[in-house]
Design a protein around this ligand. Structure first.
Ligand SMILES: Nc1ncnc2c1ncn2[C@@H]1O[C@H](COP(=O)(O)OP(=O)(O)OP(=O)(O)O)[C@@H](O)[C@H]1O
Length: 266
């Protein structure tokens, strides 16, 4: 059984097909990177998993359960999402924001248990935000706030972590830390990523979304060729091999008239 399964998902908004007939299976423990140009449909695809959007046809299953057939609360025990549009206008402290990640696990109205507090403290340590615990969330910088929201997603202890551009606002140190922490949790991760070099380093599989359809699915070293990058993004590139890990790494060059891969170049 797949951890996440899209079965013929079509999303129509105001009569326009934003996603067309998307099918995809993500195995338990896999780190799937969803890549593709701006406006291609990555966020829309992700929103169907955490029920921010209902497909017009087809469905999404988590651990074999259709996400629309279970309660929001039950879905939230399985899926945590870091979204692009998370805005919190209340004067919550960072620790209070993280604590909301435990709500799906608590009985209605029940107080936080010792374990809830332990999980939140560990999540804040993993995201490196313990020092912001008492800060009002809205006073944090973009990167600090992003890490608090990541801590909240970790505190939710989901089987499936949905990350929509998780490295937005993060400096390079925190990009490594957060993607490494997501991978290190051993859960299934589905992440929309713009940074193809980070995607190559952390993702086991990539799904490429082009104009509302999943154009291809495969491991980074198969998909991240110069020819594909030119086709998907209209940018030339040299693709080299990371000297330590062996994964593809991309040096973009908008002046390269025709994309060349390392093999073609040598
Ligand atoms: N509520 C909506 N109403 C109208 N159009 C929408 C709506 N939501 C998304 N779209 C359109 O659907 C397309 C896909 O949007 P989506 O946000 O999924 O793309 P994306 O690949 O995540 O883009 P980006 O890389 O810029 O974040 C875009 O053209 C967007 O304008």
């Amino acid at each position: 059984m797949s951890a996440v399964e899209y079965d013929g998902v079509t999303v129509e908004i105001d009569g326009t097909s934003i996603i067309r007939d998307a099918s995809l299976m993500v195995d338990s423990g896999e780190f799937l990177g969803v890549i593709g140009p701006n406006g291609s449909g990555k966020s829309t695809l992700l929103r169907c998993v955490y029920r921010a959007l209902a497909p017009s046809s087809g469905g999404v299953r988590i651990d074999g359960h259709d996400v629309r057939a279970v309660s929001m609360r039950e879905n939230a025990r399985r899926v945590a999402a870091l979204t692009q549009s998370a805005s919190l206008d209340f004067d919550f402290t960072a620790a209070e924001v993280v604590a909301t990640g435990r709500l799906p696990h608590r009985e209605l109205g029940a107080a936080a248990r010792a374990r809830d507090r332990e999980v939140c403290a560990a999540a804040m340590a993993t995201a490196g935000v313990e020092m912001f615990a008492d800060r009002v969330f809205t006073t944090l910088s973009g990167g600090e706030a992003q890490r608090v929201l990541i801590a909240r997603a970790f505190a939710q202890e989901p089987n499936v972590l949905i990350l929509d551009e998780p490295t937005n606002h993060l400096d390079i140190r925190h990009q490594f830390d957060i993607l490494g922490a997501a991978r290190g949790r051993g859960v299934t991760v589905v992440a929309a990523l713009h940074d193809l070099n980070m995607a190559a380093q952390y993702c086991t599989t990539l799904a490429v979304v082009l104009d509302g359809t999943i154009a291809c699915i495969g491991p980074p070293d198969e998909l991240l060729t110069a020819a594909n990058i030119a086709e998907w993004y209209g940018v030339g590139a040299y693709v080299v091999t990371h000297p330590r890990t062996g994964v593809p790494q991309i040096i973009f060059d908008d002046q390269v008239p025709q994309a060349i891969s390392e093999e073609e170049h040598s």
